[in-house]
Write a protein that binds this ligand. Structure first.
Ligand code: PLP
Length: 367
């Protein structure tokens, strides 16, 4: 049996005719950039997240970057970012000239620890970017309390948690402005690149539309030195189709996560994912931790089971950040997670017998 880490067919095959119809519609409309498909998907996405506005952009990294630019964050400012994240979160801060300040995760949830966030605040801190990693909502209550008290902007990185809730409210609706990615492998992904911002602030939404479109509100008149980062009409049309299925897909991920949680409990030295109080995750990834990670990954690969590591090298140890002054040992919890984490197959379309085979292989490894 071959069990890949990710497969799209169960999600995409039933939608193929709808995708083809959407392609024909865009083709015939002759509107390819910032037309009716983007406007319509932005409305649907804002409604889904429970935000007043959504702004479609080129990808998730641009969404984070544009959020920071529109908030006028730049050189001399500090932005607090979890040390345990995908590098995009850190890069977005670097692009603006502001300083990324890393904070350790909670050992339990792997997400930004509200206490290490509070400890990283200085007089220069302008924003914090909580990342709902693996689809697990951060402890937003404590993070928002601290941020509000000190006038710090919250920018959620909701790339991995589309549809998740914290205290009954969707992630992507808590911050001043929030970013998500429609990279194909996300819980709702485009058939290519895409991203979006969400905000309740009318003026900020207007600014974000200007920043994503060359700094222009009126064609050929430029208010700021903006960017070209727009969600494509075609991708917006595909995303509108997929959005109708997101809740069902997330429900299937929850079911699969429940099966892993009960089947793997007490196996070897495994640490299974923990859910923060008040959080309803969407299991973008199902990440286990073990001191024998590399051996387990090889053992599963030998049996045709695909796994990935999210992420093998944390941002502060990447070659790209050699000159930032971060050193090995500075974020020990993050480094430990990088050394012990393993992501198992988790997607709508993973069959129960396949998941049973993954569980059985892991149990036999530890026997
Ligand atoms: C995928 C991802 C991004 C970046 O999204 P792109 O669309 O690939 O630019 C940012 N942050 C996190 C946590 C992600 O998982």
């Amino acid at each position: 049996m071959k069990i890949p880490f990710l497969r799209f067919d169960a999600m995409h095959a039933p939608l193929k005719a709808a995708f083809q119809e959407a392609l024909a519609e865009v083709l015939d409309s002759h509107a390819f950039v910032l037309g009716p498909q983007v406007a319509s998907f932005e409305n649907a996405w804002a409604g889904y997240c429970g935000a007043r506005h959504a702004i479609g952009v080129g990808n998730g990294l641009d969404a984070l970057h544009l959020a920071l630019r529109a908030l006028r964050i730049g050189p001399g400012d500090e932005v607090i970012v979890p040390a345990n994240t995908y590098i995009a979160t850190v890069l977005a801060v670097s692009y603006t000239g502001a300083t990324p300040v890393l904070a350790e995760p909670s050992a339990r949830t792997a997400n930004l620890d509200p206490e290490s966030f509070a400890a990283a605040i200085t007089s220069r801190t302008r924003a914090v970017i909580p990342v709902h990693l693996y689809g697990q909502p951060c402890e937003m209550g404590a993070i928002l309390d601290t941020a509000r008290r000190l006038g710090i902007h919250v920018i959620e990185d909701n790339a991995q948690a589309q549809g998740a809730t914290y205290l009954g409210r969707r992630t992507g609706s808590f911050g001043t402005v929030n970013a998500t990615s429609f990279y194909p492998g996300k819980n709702i992904g485009a058939l290519g690149d895409g991203g979006a911002l969400t905000t309740d602030d009318d003026e900020l939404a207007r600014q974000l539309r200007i920043w994503r479109n060359y700094g222009s509100e009126v064609k050929y008149y430029n208010r700021v030195q903006g960017y070209n980062s727009r969600l494509d009409e075609l991708q917006a049309a595909f995303l509108a189709i997929k959005l109708r299925h997101l809740d069902a897909w997330n429900a299937e991920r929850r079911r699969l996560a429940g099966r892993y949680q009960s089947a793997l409990a007490g196996t070897g030295d495994l640490i299974l994912p923990a859910v923060a109080e008040g959080a309803e995750p969407v299991w973008h990834l199902y990440v286990i931790r073990t001191g024998r990670r590399d051996d387990l990954q090889r053992y599963l690969a030998d049996r045709g089971i695909g796994t990935l590591i999210h992420y093998p090298v944390p941002p502060h140890l990447q070659e790209a950040y050699r000159d930032q002054g971060w050193r090995e040992g500075q974020f020990p919890l993050t480094e430990k997670m990088a050394a012990t984490s393993l992501s198992l197959p988790m997607y709508p379309g993973l069959r129960d017998d396949e998941q049973d085979a993954v569980v059985e292989a892991i149990q036999s490894f530890f026997r």
